[in-house]
Write a protein that binds this ligand. Structure first.
Ligand code: ADP
Ligand code: MG
Length: 419
C-alpha cells in the first residue's frame, strides 16, 4: 500500500515533528560516516522551503544503556579503567550531530537538553518562524524502546506537543516499534519523508512486484541470518545466486570438504531444505564453482583459486573465484530486477574483494534494470569499492532492509497514513 508523503500534506505554517535516523557511527564524539544524515537533507530542505512554522528533528544515536553496559563489562574483563560518562558523551550525545546538521543545512540548528520535558517544552514554544531544533538522543529515555505500550505512549504524548504533523524519514529504524517512530504516528497525521519514500519504492518494489527476469544475489557471513530472505525470495526470483561464507554451509550439506571455511553446523539441514525447495519451485539456485582460499584470515598470506571440489584441509574459502564471477555475470544478463544482499567474500581485505567487485561490475553493466542493495555490509562494500552510483538504490537501513526482504511488515512504515 502506497503511503502519504510530505508532498501530500500542507506544510506551510505548520509545526513539523520529524523522525530521522541520524544513528551514525561515532568515535570519541567525531562522526565517522555521515551518509545517513545526508540522506535526510532533501526532506528537511523541502520542509524549510515550504515555510513550515518550525521544525523539530529527533533521532536515536546508539543505545546509551545497552552500549554502556557492554563497554563496562568489557573494560572489567580486560582490567581497564572505564569512564562511563566520557564514553557515553562521546558516543550518544547529539551535540556533534547538531553541529554537523547545521553545516549541512547552512543554517543554525538549536539543540535541546533532552527529547522531552519542561525545558524542551519551553525551547519549542520559543522557536521563531523557520527555526530548526534537534532533540537530544531519544534513547536516553527508557520509554522510547519500552515493551510496555503505556510507557511508550506516555513519551509519544510528550513528543506530540512539538508538532502538528509527524514526518518519518527514519527508514533505518522502521523495523522497530518505538515511541518516536510508531506510537507518535497514532497521535499526529503521519507521512513519510523522501528517503523513506525511496526505500519503500525500491525495497518494497523488489519484494512486492518485481519485473522479471528477477535475480537475487545473496552472500555474507551466515546462512542463519538469511534463511527467511532466501525463503521469501524463492517465491519471487527466477534465479538465486549464493556467495559469501554461506556457500560453505551449502557445500558441507552436499558432502563436500570445506577445509577451515566458515560454515554453520546448525544450518546444514536448512541448507538441504532450501536446495530441495528451489528445485521444487523451479528456481535456479546457483552455487559457486571456484573459490579463493588461504590458510589464514589475512591479506598477508598466500592465496590461490581452487575448484570448490578441491578445498584442502587447513585452507579456508574467503571469496568466490573468477569462474564463479563469470557464471554469475552470465546469469545476470537480461535481468530486469536485481536485489543484492551480502558480500561475495571478505571484501574488507583486497585479496578477497574481487568476487564482490566482479558481481558489482556485472550489475553496473545491466541496461534498464532495477538494481537494489539491501544490507549494511553490502551497502558499505558498494560504497567502499566505488559502485554505489551504479545501483538504482542503495538502502540506508541494514536491519530494516533485511526484514523487508524477509517479507515482514515494517511497523514504522505501516504506521504512516495510506495514500
Ligand atoms: P549484510 O550486512 O550486507 O547483510 P552480512 O552481515 O551478512 O552482510 O555479511 C558481511 C560479512 O560477511 C562481511 O564482513 C564479509 O567479510 C563476510 N564474509 C563474506 N564472505 C566470507 C567468507 N567466505 N568467509 C568469512 N566471512 C565472509
Ligand atoms: Mg551485516
Amino acid at each position: 500500500m502506497a503511503k502519504k508523503t510530505v508532498r501530500d500534506i500542507e506544510i506551510t505554517g505548520k509545526r513539523i515533528l520529524m523522525r530521522v535516523d541520524f544513528n551514525v557511527p561515532m568515535k570519541d564524539g567525531v562522526i565517522q560516516d555521515d551518509r545517513r544524515m545526508r540522506a535526510a537533507i532533501p526532506t528537511i530542505e523541502y520542509i524549510l522551503e515550504k515555510k513550515a512554522k518550525s521544525l523539530v528533528v529527533m533521532s536515536h544515536l546508539g543505545d546509551p544503556a545497552k552500549d554502556t553496559k557492554k563497554a563496562v563489562e568489557k573494560a572489567e574483563k580486560e582490567g581497564k579503567a572505564f569512564d562511563a560518562v566520557k564514553f557515553s558523551d562521546g558516543k550518544h550525545k547529539m551535540a556533534p550531530i547538531a553541529k554537523h546538521l547545521s553545516e549541512l543545512l547552512g543554517k543554525p540548528v538549536k539543540l535541546a537538553p533532552a527529547a522531552f520535558g519542561p525545558e524542551v517544552d519551553k525551547m519549542v514554544s520559543e522557536l521563531k518562524d523557520g527555526e530548526v531544533l534537534l532533540l537530544e538522543n531519544t534513547r536516553y529515555h527508557k520509554e522510547e524502546t519500552s515493551k510496555d505500550d503505556v510507557q511508550r505512549m506516555k513519551m509519544a504524548k510528550e513528543l506530540a506537543k512539538y508538532g502538528d504533523i509527524f514526518v518519518n524519514d527514519a527508514f533505518g529504524t522502521a523495523h522497530r516499534a518505538h515511541a518516536s517512530t510508531v506510537d507518535i504516528a497514532k497521535l499526529l497525521p503521519a507521512v513519510s519523508g523522501f528517503l523513506m519514500e525511496k526505500e519503500i519504492k525500491f525495497i518494497g518494489g523488489v519484494v512486492e512486484n518485481p519485473e522479471k527476469p528477477y535475480v537475487a544475489i545473496l552472500g555474507g557471513a551466515k546462512v542463519s541470518d538469511k534463511i527467511k530472505v532466501i525463503e521469501n525470495l524463492m517465491d519471487k526470483a527466477d534465479k538465486i545466486l549464493i556467495g559469501g561464507a554461506m556457500m560453505f554451509t551449502f557445500f558441507k550439506a552436499q558432502g563436500k570438504n570445506v577445509g577451515k571455511s566458515l560454515f554453520e553446523e546448525d544450518s546444514l539441514d536448512v541448507a538441504k531444505t532450501l536446495l530441495a525447495k528451489a528445485a521444487a519451485k523451479n528456481v535456479a539456485l546457483l552455487l559457486p564453482i571456484d573459490a579463493v582460499v588461504a590458510q589464514e584470515f589475512s591479506n598477508d598470506v598466500p592465496c590461490k583459486v581452487v575448484s570448490v571440489d578441491a578445498i584442502e584441509e587447513g585452507w579456508m574459502g574467503l571469496d568466490v573465484g573468477p569462474a564463479t564471477v563469470k557464471l554469475f555475470s552470465d546469469a545476470l544478463i537480461g535481468s530486469k530486477t536485481v536485489v543484492w544482499n551480502g558480500p561475495m567474500g571478505v571484501f574488507e581485505l583486497s585479496n578477497f574483494a574481487k568476487g564482490t567487485i566482479g558481481v558489482c561490475e556485472a550489475i553496473a553493466k545491466l541496461q534498464g534494470a532495477i538494481t537494489v542493495i539491501g544490507g549494511g555490509d553490502s551497502a558499505s562494500a558498494a560504497e567502499k569499492l566505488g559502485f554505489a552510483k551504479d545501483f538504482s538504490h542503495v538502502s540506508t537501513g541494514g536491519g530494516a532492509s533485511l526484514e523487508y526482504l524477509e517479507g515482514k511488515v515494517l511497523p514504522g512504515v505501516a504506521a504512516l497514513l495510506d495514500k
